[in-house]
Design a protein around this ligand. Sequence first.
Ligand code: ADP
Length: 400
Amino acid sequence: MFNILVLNCGSSSLKFQVIDMDGRKVLAKGLCERIGIDGSLTYENVRDGLAKVKTDLPLPDHKEAIKMTMNSLTDPAKGVLKSLDELSAVGHRIVHGGEKFTKSVMINDEVIAAIQEVSELAPLHNPANLAGIEACKAQIPNIPMVAVFDTAFHQTMPPRAYMYGIPLKYYNEMRIRRYGFHGTSHSYVSKAVAEHLGKKPEDLKTIVCHLGNGASISAVEYGKCIDTSMGFTTMAGLVMGTRCGDLDPGVMNYIMGKEHFDINRSSDILNKESGVLGLSGGLSSDFRDLWDARLSGNHDAEVALDVFIYNVAKYIGAYTAAMNGVDVICFTAGIGENDTRTRFAIMKYLGYLGITCDETANQVRGEITEISTKDSKVKVFVFPTNEELAIANETYDLVK
Ligand code: ADP
């Protein structure tokens, strides 16, 4: 038995899963929400197929949330552990590892200090991640813990991909550069698709399209990330559910001059009110709603979807050029795994690569499936991501 607790702490939330590494089975999963506000815990015993239960309870901080999570996991009626001794390790999702962390590491005081140091680069995320680590230290003090960074996989990018065209001093003094995010997912999918094809990652040029509410694309050449669409922040790259994606920096200067608002407001507009939500006039950030609206003749929904689809197609073109070719393209995350119509529309742009969509195969949702026709020159896959399992795998490899 080797049970790993995977933790993903946000500023007011905490997602968890317990994975039994013998067979890679999820035993339990859940979510603490509204930490520091009021609090609720949703818990599901997956192992015994028990129904999901949501309980309102006070969660003043992450420490209390971890304590309540542990109580659920060891509860005599609904728990999956007899005691916390049945946990072998904890894997923490850490959003930003700066330039310091190029792979997952065992957590010790030095690592905690280093995560703290780069917190400035992810002020909303890293402090929450650290709160999760501290809370675990208090509740289960001697358990081995591993930090798995969203940015680490992208650290292999060369300077030509990560440097911005601004004065060098901003890189030298503030470490302003492209970092990229969703690295755990890009790494997992690029490795797993190679394995699925009976190849090594070193044999393939792969483009991973992680298309969820947050979306990013990466170019993985022979197992190493050489470019990715997100940047210094998670706002860059593709137009997303509510984030703007790539934008002429002059646009915000102009709007701020006209409407006289501050940096916080501009950050809200670009993070929460833009993307396909903004483009559709506030209709929805969910692609199901947008397709429904488009089919009933809504012009703004049509343009929003077209902008997203065109964006993805352009990035695929750019990354094919960057790698001087591509062998495999993977669609993953909420839209990538489920949205037949968006995938089909993207693939219509890829004829020049010798890609044709197999429309029957493309009806699939959430299963590993080759959706290009057999005679296509580049293979296109729906390939579900599994960030929790990826974190558990990284943790297992280090702790074992
Ligand atoms: P994140 O983890 O970034 O919050 P997800 O990867 O869970 O996002 O993706 C959520 C998005 O996936 C939804 O907002 C929706 O746009 C899209 N989505 C989910 N299911 C479907 C579906 N059946 N058809 C089309 N889009 C879907």
